[in-house]
Design a binder for this molecule. Structure first.
Ligand SMILES: Cc1cc2nc3c(=O)[nH]c(=O)nc-3n(C[C@H](O)[C@H](O)[C@H](O)COP(=O)(O)OP(=O)(O)OC[C@H]3O[C@@H](n4cnc5c(N)ncnc54)[C@H](O)[C@@H]3O)c2cc1C
Length: 370
């Protein structure tokens, strides 16, 4: 983690404010990170990765978000390689995992639609088999890396007549240059503005049958549930990272800032805030470490994963709020990083399962489906 911390703290501050203001993806920093091996943490060494676990990937994500959440999302360039690694064909792995691990390609993963967010079974984007090809029609919304990705893993309805709704979906890989595929960058996000987000449109997009992820149709829902397990741990690490980053800055500031003739850090009311913030961060970190370790040792616990994501999201929002408060009026100015971290933190409570959906999962794990 030392290498991740050093890289992020050296490189991210050079571009963080500018990329936030301009809503620009830091392409050069992503390339550098790829050359240093950060894009291949959980990818098999057979494809140029490090062959470590999701926990190590999440811990690097924490360090990246601690330095800057928007720029830190360069690590989302690998989003979708989890699916290819777990279910893809040898050819898909050879082409895509090697390129992603080397920082030569960016992936995106399209699940959310304009009218299907938390309710993922309501998705309508469809892929119809026509001979050796699939023809895809529909749209996806809020897709990370959507306007810069070399390929998108798209969740589609391939088996609309399957008895069980969960058997209706498959993932298809769509390369950017396919006719009928278009993306529109979504500007005006509250936070993580260096991270690319786009709306995608598929208008009779033809892909060959071999672009199906996995050998059989109808497995997309099970695949996405497994993807959520890994990605909720990674999102939890983002929450811990943004909280830790804001905390570091606040702890330094209160030692310097003098009011009533003393540094702010000498007042007990301020010390209590620091103690509470530090306690929340440590608790959230311990939760995602445990959930990640279990996942990497084939003892996946979806309830614990949702608890980790829920607590990390709340920690991110509360700690960044308190860090800004500790900066007073200066914290409200974009000259100070805490203003940006405060805006960046909120997304952890929304994506990879909004916090209400995490609560539904936690309750279901405890009480059963009823
Ligand atoms: C910056 C950003 C990046 C993203 N990247 C991606 C990406 O790469 N790929 C992708 O597929 N998606 C992505 N998303 C989409 C994200 O996963 C969704 O926004 C999220 O799942 C919530 O869906 P929704 O926005 O449609 O909200 P809705 O589902 O409409 O929910 C609105 C509110 O209602 C609550 N709610 C919904 N159902 C219930 C219920 N049954 N009980 C109680 N409360 C409920 C929700 O928790 C939420 O608070 C991204 C979103 C953002 C903001």
């Amino acid at each position: 983690m030392e290498a991740a911390r050093k890289f992020a703290s050296n490189e991210f501050p050079k571009v963080a404010r500018e990329c936030d203001r301009e809503e620009r993806f830091p392409m050069d920093v992503w390339k550098m990170a790829g050359e240093l091996g950060f894009m291949g943490i959980f990818i098999s060494p057979d494809y140029g990765g490090l062959g470590l676990g999701y926990l190590e990937h999440a811990m690097v994500m924490e360090e990246f978000w601690r330095a800057d959440p928007g720029v830190g999302n360069i690590l989302l360039a690998v989003f979708g390689s989890e699916l290819i690694g777990a279910y893809g064909t040898d050819a898909q792995k050879e082409v895509w995992l090697s390129r992603v691990a080397g920082g030569k390609a960016i992936l995106a993963c399209g699940i959310t639609e304009p009218n299907a967010g938390s309710d993922i079974l309501a998705q309508k984007t469809n892929a119809k088999r026509a001979g050796d090809e699939y023809v895809i029609n529909g749209s996806k919304q809020f897709i990370s890396n959507g306007s810069i990705a070399d390929a998108v893993l798209v969740m589609c309805v391939t088996n609309p007549d399957a008895g069980k709704p969960t058997d209706r979906f498959s993932f298809l890989l769509v390369e950017r240059d396919r006719d009928g595929f278009s993306s529109q960058k979504l500007k005006g996000k509250m936070g993580i503005r260096a991270s690319d987000t786009a709306a995608l449109s598929f208008d009779d997009v033809k892909v060959p049958g071999e672009n199906l992820i996995g050998t059989d149709e109808g497995n997309g829902f099970r695949q996405v549930m497994n993807l959520f397990n890994a990605n909720r741990i990674i999102a939890a690490a983002q929450g811990v990272g943004v909280a830790q980053g804001a905390f570091d800055r606040a702890a330094a500031y209160i030692k310097e800032r003098v009011q009533f003739g003393k540094p702010l850090a000498s007042f007990q009311g301020i010390q209590f805030k620091i103690a509470e913030m530090a306690s929340r961060i440590e608790a959230a970190r311990a939760l995602y470490h445990k959930a990640g370790w279990l996942l990497d040792h084939n003892r996946t616990d979806p309830g614990l994963i949702s608890i980790a994501k829920l607590v990390a999201g709340e920690t991110a929002v509360r700690v960044t709020d308190e860090a800004l408060q500790l900066h007073g009026g200066y914290g409200y100015m974009d000259e100070y990083d805490v203003e940006r971290f405060y805006r960046d933190a909120k997304v952890v409570e929304i994506y990879e399962g909004a916090k209400e959906i995490e609560k539904i999962t936690i309750a279901r794990e405890i009480l059963g489906r009823g």
